[in-house]
Design a protein around this ligand. Sequence first.
Ligand SMILES: [Zn+2]
Length: 430
Amino acid sequence: MADRKAFRASILHCLADPGEQADSAAVQYIEDGILLVEDGHVAALGPADAMAATLGDDIERVDHSGKLILPGFVDCHVHFSQLDIIGSFGEQLMDWLEHYAYPAEEAFADAGHAQEAADFFVDELLRNGTTTALVFPTVHPQSVDAIFTAADRRNMRLLSGKVLMDQNCPETLRDDPETGYRESRQLLEKWHGKNRLGYAITPRFAVTSSEQQLKSAGRLAAEFPDVHVHTHLAENRDECDLVATQFPWSRSYLDVYEQFGLVRERSVFAHCLHLDEPDRQQMAKLGAAIAFCPTSNLFLGSGLFDLRAALERGIRTGIGTDVGGGTSLSMFRTLNEAYKVLQLQGQSLPGFRALYLATLGAAKALYLDDKIGNFTPGKEADFVVIDYAASSLTERRLSQSADIAEKLFALITLGDDRSIATTYVLGTPV
Ligand SMILES: [Zn+2]
């Protein structure tokens, strides 16, 4: 017999991109609603008074009245190996990698350390309401096993893959094109499609890969078109200069990846701060996606992401926390900074669009919108229950809101992990 549960609360989710004008037809809000879940999937949703009579006696009823149900958040770019260096002072990208990120990643040669860090990381994601993530591990195959094991134990949807880097980084973190290809392929065959896990071919960035390695990554991407590609693109000016020197034949940084067959559907590029118009046209045409990482871009002084240009061009775009260059795993805190990044450029980010970028928009960026991102019946029931009274100021401010649009925006501005009362994965609290 089916496992049926009815969750009562206010319910909000996106049906499409609400845009900078916050089109209310692009969202569905039910003030007093029921989300009906069957065997971990959304069966129906609607007003509580209409739904309650149809439920029958065999159903488990869970009352979250006075709280808000949102779809689980989707983090499009984050490094699980960098939790221990979050909030490291004083550097921009290339020095930050050398002084903080690489030394921290060396510890992941130890499988025990990798597993402990992966379990902690995944629990932190869930505690922050993030139910799906595209995750950078390290160059070590055991770090990939660790993050997939941690996600699988919690039934979580997660994408990851071995980092490829064979130059311009410490000796201890280098693979080579041959072993990089072989280990990636072994890990892909072991994990891709297992339960809710998916593989991502993961060259760190163009600086740390030889042409031969990018070529072997492209070969893998062609052999396995349904796996993801995950890397960094045009984050920092010095990095862009290095890439231009290293690949003198390239038209642009994006072009380096494109020449090796790495720009395609299911390719996700973190940052994309320093693109030109032909780059954007190519990304839209080829179906590649951007992870907008506002806290990281501010913290590392990298620059301001032009969201309007990306979305107007039709590029799939989601939000990434990019911890540890980013400063929080909380999607609320990340969206709060996204709003400010856009304010500095004369753009806007209403609450509805912010929610879209962290849920349905991110799911589209990852080509997972047939499975997650909103509460369309049939989708996987990953959701969060929001406590409006997580802090006294939040409670006071939200009680003054005229409507859900205002309430959501204030929640994003003030909210953090304390706002997440419960996170559900496939309809089960975690
Ligand atoms: Zn990153």
